[in-house]
Design a protein around this ligand. Sequence first.
Ligand code: IFM
Length: 435
Amino acid sequence: MFSVDRGQFGPNFVFGAATAAYQIEGGQTDGRGPCIWDTFAATPGNVKNADDGKTACDHYNRWPEDLDLIRDGGFDGYRFSIAWPRLIPEGTGAINQAGLDFYDRLIDGMLERGLKPFATLYHWDLPSALQDRGGWMNRDIGGWFADYAALVGRHFGDRLHATATINEPWCVSILSHILGIHAPGYRDLRAGARAMHHVLYAHGMGVDALRANGVKNIGIVTNLEKSEPASDKEDDQRAFDLGDAMFNRWFLGGVYKGQYPEVLTSILDQYLPVDYQKDMEIVSRPLDWAGINYYSRGLYAWDASRPAFPIKQVKGPLPTNDLGWEIYPKGLTDLLVRVSKEYTKLPLYVTENGMSEIDDTRRVAFYDDHLKAVLEAQKQGADVRGYFAWSLLDNYEWAEGYSSRFGIVHVDYASQKRTPKGSYRAFQGMLHNTR
Ligand code: IFM
């Protein structure tokens, strides 16, 4: 049971559950093209147990059961992503009718069940053919993404309640091109700097293409971290400033102010695309809502042994989830308030929040504490309009494979049986009969 009541969040507050295509769909048939996660996962050492998304939760076939679970949980909305390589197998050019048909069924299935579709266009499954052409390092991705967004807009736009261009541009760029942890697995500053700009440029191009095709209610989903200094020492304060710029201010500043933080451009200038400044108007196209994914905080200390970025993240003293991420509900309040004070007055949605954990009683407490943190943010003036649990199902947790379980519904991967956990029941208890 949660200690909060849905009435406290306001009359039109949207409660939802979230997933992403590669993490749950499987169904790599019917003309879907390969994506960067297929080969990244096939490369030894990249993913725990060499797990891949070939079958995942078989949502491609079992979607009616999954939508029933969302409806029966009392949720108002479903945040899902569309797989670019399912619609356009080579990333550009020929369209896969079976892909359009799948998302037609899925979106109509949501509407039939009274669920609001919150679509995300890009949740990391870049068509491999585009990676061959440089992927996020190539400025042409602005046009490729705009063409894909136009197709989504034309075909599905009038049935979508809300549309996000990109999920977590920090992951798309820094985690995947500088830290090498996600596909395509680069550890290269030039690759990273290019991806950091192109992902936001493509976002802006996508916004224009969606709007030109009549889509309303457009946003982007940034993953934010509550960055803090590891100590009061001046060096750690400087480390925090740089860490916060990398994680938060680059993306928030770009999208909502058309400006990147100087502390970072001064380091990355030599690697950023020439004349990137000319794109900033596109990067900061007006939006209709702002999505924020929140999981943890980051503690930063100075580390002189790393000349380009003299910072490191250190472990903090707070309880953690089973991936070692500190649990810090106050961070969610602080970030929501910060975004609404410093960046945008748009309606805010917590588009992901959740916990990797086997012991579900800890997950119930996690959700309860974070829901209270949302109420506190509202009290402090943040215009928060929705909250999505990550995730509906246990699923493919990227480099962690299937060993990490974020679901409020347990998935037995051998039988594909879904079993609601206590956390699902807690949401159901709070939401039941109130839609
Ligand atoms: O599973 C991911 C999701 O794809 C994006 N946001 C964070 C989640 C947990 O790591």
